[in-house]
Design a protein around this ligand. Structure first.
Ligand code: SF4
Ligand code: SF4
Length: 265
């Protein structure tokens, strides 16, 4: 699900903006949707390299030192002793190192990432909703209303919460009028994929939730992911700016762990 009300997954005290270390950078204050998107896009490559180097450094900490000197395998001619080299399946200390790396990444390292994710989400409590109502007036999903209801029937909690309050806009034009910038950006980004637009009729004319005490968890927990686009007026953009570098680093590390699993598993 990809929307202001988006599901998704995803470390700590860093400077005021995570996309850049330059606190005077005016772009840091740009909460427009295109500004948010450009910040993410422009910084991810560097962050990914940072994450890959950090993981490799950790893994090299337990790399064996010249085990080949005492190895009796005659047919091994691997020159570059890299973590991804094709070592013999048995009797090779470098292969043992690969297995150790997998165990480390799936265990202690993953736990560190989980703790970092929790810290990002905990930090959200330092910020408050300004009750602009933007997230209630426009939510989008790659699923149609029928698909969401089916997912809800199959036990998907997010979908169940979603259909308990949101209903589809009758037309894309209606949705576009609510937030033209978001509408245009999304259509540019997803290109051929279909997007469905929703609103919540429980939002009162005073811009307040009419079922506030009984609103579903997706509303209580919003925003669910610091890497998703937020409405420009959303006060949680400050939280997002405060944690985005760490969140992107976390996402990069999670993707890199998956790559290690695939290559070494
Ligand atoms: S239930 Fe309330 S908080 Fe949730 S989307 Fe509707 S109006 Fe907004
Ligand atoms: S400040 Fe953010 S969470 Fe609060 S109503 Fe506006 S868009 Fe929703």
């Amino acid at each position: 699900m990809s929307n202001f009300f988006s599901s998704g997954n995803l470390n700590n005290n860093e400077a005021s903006n995570l996309f850049s270390k330059n606190e005077n950078d005016e772009s840091l204050k740009d909460n427009s949707l295109s500004g948010q998107y450009n910040k993410l896009k422009n910084n991810y490559e560097q962050i990914f390299i940072e994450a890959a180097e950090s993981i490799r450094k950790d893994i090299n900490e337990f790399k064996p030192e010249n085990p080949c000197a005492s190895c009796n395998k005659k047919d091994c001619n691997i020159e570059k002793k890299d973590i991804f080299s094709p070592y013999p399946a048995a009797g090779c200390k470098y292969r043992d190192w690969q297995m150790q790396a997998l165990t480390y990444l799936a265990g202690d390292y993953r736990n560190k990432l989980k703790a970092a994710y929790k810290s990002i989400m905990d930090k959200k409590s330092e910020y408050e909703c300004n009750k602009c109502g933007a997230c209630c007036r426009l939510a989008v999903s790659e699923y149609s209303y029928e698909q969401l209801k089916q997912r809800a029937m199959r036990g998907d909690k997010f979908s169940s919460d979603f259909v308990s309050v949101f209903v589809p806009y009758e037309s894309e034009e209606e949705a576009k009028k609510v937030n033209p910038e978001y509408f245009e950006l999304l259509n540019t980004l997803v290109e051929d994929d279909k997007i469905y637009y929703y609103y919540c009729p429980k939002l009162g004319n005073d811009n307040l939730c009419t079922i506030y005490e009984n609103r579903p968890d997706i509303c209580k927990d919003f925003p669910h992911n610091p890497l998703k686009l937020l409405p420009s007026k959303c006060s949680y953009n400050e939280w997002k700016n405060a944690v985005a570098h760490q969140a992107m680093l976390l996402k990069a590390k999670t993707d890199i762990i998956a790559f290690y699993k695939q290559k070494l598993g």
